[in-house]
Design a protein around this ligand. Structure first.
Ligand SMILES: Nc1ccn([C@@H]2O[C@H](COP(=O)(O)OP(=O)(O)OP(=O)(O)O)[C@@H](O)[C@H]2O)c(=O)n1
Ligand SMILES: C[C@](O)(CO)[C@H](O)COP(=O)(O)O
Length: 217
């Protein structure tokens, strides 16, 4: 069983629309619909766990899932932080052996990334799509550069992030027991001492975060 956990329970504060940015439309379709279509149409994905906020559950059920015929999709309620939402999704999969965890805010993923993610999770246990950074990255303290990192070793990490189910569940449980907070899920697996495979993402696979991202392709 291959489950896709799509996290969509955020508030979109940096977008500043006053509502969930995933309901903003690009070319006439909600961002979350563009994302869900990719997984609904994949013949490798058996179920979609869509994680939403409690106050938006009914809206998403009627206007996103039912209206668009996403029959692979089950809705669950997320939490305060992205990490809590992912864990809620993990606890509601149906006997998954592989899970893909994906930001609802990344609508421009393609079938190749989904397929590579599944293959890599099977082979390595943990994987993430990523792209080599193109800017020079510096460590800054008090407004001054204190270190310039070696660019050839730096990657910008995206989603899907894919895992053997038992491993990512153990990693989230370890994080809760040890108050570990992470901005992505592969970091939690690394905290358990496991290696994470880096697989090819795309510079088009942006996370829609601020208003300027709405016009990017
Ligand atoms: N408590 C949360 C926070 C975020 N997310 C989801 O995680 C993805 C990546 O998070 P981000 O881009 O930061 O979305 P927001 O948290 O909504 O943005 P902001 O930080 O600007 O409020 C998004 O699809 C978002 O809906 C979630 O499911 N639950
Ligand atoms: C998971 C992620 O998309 C990897 O780049 C990113 O860390 C999410 O960050 P956010 O602040 O929760 O959007």
């Amino acid at each position: 069983m291959i489950s896709a956990i799509i996290v969509a329970a955020g508030k979109g504060k940096r977008m500043g629309l006053g509502f969930n940015k995933l309901l903003a439309k690009i070319d006439g379709k909600e961002i979350i619909v563009l994302t869900l279509e990719k997984f609904q149409n994949s013949n490798l994905i058996d179920e979609i766990i869509l994680v939403v906020s409690e106050d938006e559950l009914d809206y998403f059920r009627e206007n996103i899932v039912n209206k668009n015929g996403f029959d692979k999709c089950r809705l669950v309620i997320g939490g305060k932080e992205r990490q809590n939402s992912v864990y809620s999704g993990l606890k509601n999969t149906s006997n998954a052996d592989i899970v893909l965890i994906h930001d609802g805010a990344r609508p421009y993923i393609d079938e190749g990334m989904i397929n590579r993610s599944i293959e890599a999770a099977r082979e390595y246990g943990a994987a993430t799509v990523a792209v080599p950074v193109v800017d020079t990255i510096k460590v800054v303290e008090n407004g001054f550069s204190v270190e310039t990192l070696e660019r050839s070793k730096l990657y910008s990490v995206q989603t899907p992030q894919s895992f053997k189910y038992d491993l990512i569940l153990k990693a989230h449980q370890f994080a809760m027991e040890n108050n570990i907070v992470a901005t992505d899920d592969t970091m939690l697996v690394e905290k358990l001492g496991y290696m994470v495979r880096i697989i090819e993402g795309s510079y088009a696979n942006i996370k829609i975060t601020t208003i300027n991202d709405l016009n990017k392709r």
